[in-house]
Design a protein around this ligand. Sequence first.
Ligand SMILES: Cc1cc2nc3c(=O)[nH]c(=O)nc-3n(C[C@H](O)[C@H](O)[C@H](O)COP(=O)(O)OP(=O)(O)OC[C@H]3O[C@@H](n4cnc5c(N)ncnc54)[C@H](O)[C@@H]3O)c2cc1C
Length: 293
Amino acid sequence: MENWKKSLIEHVKGDFYPDYPLSRLNAMGVGGKAALFLILNSEDEIPPLLKMKDEFNFPLFVIGEGKNTLFREEGFPGVVLKLKGDFRKIIPQHDKVWAGCGVRLASLLNFFISHAWGGIEGLSGIPGSVGGALVMNAGGEGFSLGEFVDSVEVWEGDSKRVMHPCFSYREGVQTSGIITGAWLRFVSSDKREIKQTIKEIMEKRHKKFPHAYPSLGCTFKNPSPQMPAGLLIERAGLKGLRRGGALVSPKHANFIVRVGECRSTDILDLMKTIQEKVYQMWGILLEPEVKIV
Ligand SMILES: Cc1cc2nc3c(=O)[nH]c(=O)nc-3n(C[C@H](O)[C@H](O)[C@H](O)COP(=O)(O)OP(=O)(O)OC[C@H]3O[C@@H](n4cnc5c(N)ncnc54)[C@H](O)[C@@H]3O)c2cc1C
């Protein structure tokens, strides 16, 4: 085993999985292997991990629920880190609530409902973790998580800092570090009203998005609200286009769904074809929303 792996295992308390299949860590079930998959349960382990990273200079990628991440077939040559345990805590304090980055969005929403807190109903049906949603500024239909973020805590280098990020469309916290969680705002509301809003959002989502097959959500960012990527792809006649096990969804053209044995190269090929065709037709280069690693 390489020295950096040995040193990590010696100095950091966590669950270590060498040569781990990345297909187990993302919604499309694709990708090569991670040199090391590491699960940390406590913040105490972040400083020694970052010290080792500094010493051995291995690449580090933090994964949430992998609902927006496409791993390449080549795999990842360093540490893929997942945060569980203490990072899955939700702690209310006065008029704000702390949400650890490992908290699933559905759990966060349920916690808000149980306290009759409104504000983040727009997260209904969006899969993922708080960490991923902070980076992606997850949302839709006029809502984005950033509107309810007071501050974000991030480990960078050997220190932790508090950030007040500027959020914009699908652009959230920009860091090469490790987000541990965020202080969120909420508005006092009525449980029945919150549940009704959620029901309406879920009904809309079921009509609009493909749910029967795995996907990574929207593949490309919308060039503008008037020009949704899905419409451009559909008008370019690409609905139903297939590469291997990856298909441009006939229901929503901005979704690539997995319909059979699939590799990340199938998805990347399809993305390239979509970009080329849309560019030829409209002169617009679609920017991927999914994170390609
Ligand atoms: C069926 C489906 C529907 C979807 N619908 C929507 C939608 O309506 N709206 C929407 O916005 N998105 C949607 N998505 C995309 C996805 O759900 C969101 O982007 C979500 O926020 C991703 O969270 P995640 O934890 O899975 O992120 P991941 O894919 O795990 O990570 C995303 C990015 O965040 C970074 N990251 C995660 N955690 C940390 C951390 N602790 N520290 C530093 N960096 C971190 C990763 O490195 C990566 O760059 C959908 C996806 C699917 C599969």
